[in-house]
Design a protein around this ligand. Structure first.
Ligand code: SF4
Length: 371
């Protein structure tokens, strides 16, 4: 996209509609400010820093830019900040934040602090809702609203980082793309948001601290490998054979385990980045030793860690969390087979813990308000 703001010698603005400045690349931004408005190059650098290092979403607050330039920016571009709709805090320290987008849609992010390990993780959404409709998931029930822009993903990290600093006096250490939506179905904006989060002229986070979690789209995993991505990859596996996986994740019908294993092996061979399997333990569905045996076989193709996740029940969904003794026996079997296994306890049980629940509730609340 090429941006054509009004030139100095042309009093008629060439832009008819305002453009979202956050959709411009650095080159496009510089082109607009330097080539078309005749500003010094460092002004474009200052503007870029306000947008992507300081996260400012109001031209008026960009105090080192001359008033005239701020006015021109206001005339030609818009900024569409996320608004915090609700913040819930759990007894265990987890924060769940619902954000309202400029078009009134709602998304959610989660701050998961582990102060004893100096680990502060944000879980971000990549889409409004999700098209994949996994049978255990609250977000899947919403269907897809729309894709998020790179800036809307970036801003979740930025704003949750502010909450983290206020609450714990620490910056975020990790980012996981594990919230609402399937990140690989919003490929370009997700990758662009990662670029901005990791760039030295962005937030400067290490890509090794970023994990993208996918329900499993083999073609997109290969694409990520071909782009030499440096982030970690997590596959939401949740079942160790196609028959069971088809029952809970419709995506598996077109991306079966064999195709996913091949794509992940390719990803590992090309990048050597960390791969993990996410495995929600559902009571008497996938938590038997037979399932663990099958899971061991899926771990022979490349180095992989297993995160067993305690299930957060969702209303009107016929799944329950695995019982403690079954969960422990399952994990023990895997560990005895030499695998690296972590059990991730459910966080925020006293708030709307499952992905998509808070945004759904906030939406219902809005809809119930009198017009
Ligand atoms: S589990 Fe993930 S991929 Fe599946 S419906 Fe929910 S958000 Fe979408």
């Amino acid at each position: 996209m090429r941006v054509v703001p009004a030139t100095r010698c042309n009093s008629q603005p060439l832009l008819m509609a305002k453009t979202d400045i956050l959709n411009l690349s650095r080159e496009q931004l510089t082109d607009a400010v330097v080539s078309h408005w005749g500003e010094a190059r460092y002004r474009a650098d200052q503007l870029y820093a306000w947008l992507w290092q300081k996260g400012i979403r109001d031209f008026e607050q960009m105090s080192n830019l001359p008033k005239g330039l701020r006015k021109k920016l206001e005339e030609h571009f818009h900024l569409q900040p996320l608004q915090v709709e609700t913040i819930q805090q759990s007894k265990d320290g987890t924060f769940k934040i619902a954000f309202r987008l400029h078009d009134e849609l709602l998304i959610e992010s989660v701050l998961i602090p582990v102060p004893t390990e100096k680990r502060f993780t944000v879980c971000v959404s990549s889409q409004v809702g999700c098209s994949l409709n996994c049978s255990f998931c609250a977000t899947g029930k919403m269907g897809l609203g729309r894709n998020l822009t790179a800036a809307e993903i970036f801003d979740q990290v930025f704003l949750v980082n502010q909450i983290c600093e206020q609450q714990f006096g620490r910056k975020l250490t990790n980012v996981v793309y594990m919230g609402m939506g399937e990140p690989l179905l919003n490929y370009r904006p997700v990758l662009k948001s990662i670029e901005r989060l990791t760039a030295n002229d962005g937030l400067g986070l290490s890509p090794r601290r970023i994990t993208l979690s996918t329900a499993g789209i083999a073609k997109a995993i290969r694409r990520l490998a071909d782009e030499n991505s440096r982030i970690n990859l997590a596959l939401s596996l949740h079942a160790a054979d196609d028959e069971k996986r088809n029952r809970i994740m419709a995506i598996n019908k077109h991306n079966d385990l064999q195709s996913l294993l091949e794509a992940l092996r390719y990803f590992y061979q090309k990048t050597k980045n960390r791969i993990s399997y996410e495995y929600i333990a559902f009571h008497r569905f996938n938590d038997a030793i037979e399932d663990a045996k099958k899971l061991v076989k899926l771990c022979r193709h490349f180095p992989v860690r297993i995160n067993i996740i305690e299930y957060n029940p969702v209303q009107n969904v016929p799944f329950e969390a695995s019982e403690e003794d079954r969960l422990e026996a399952f994990a023990k079997y895997l560990r005895d087979a030499g695998l690296t296994v972590t059990i991730r306890r459910s966080r925020g049980k006293d708030i709307d813990a499952a992905c998509g629940q808070l945004a759904t509730k906030a939406k219902q609340k809005t809809e119930q308000q009198p017009a």
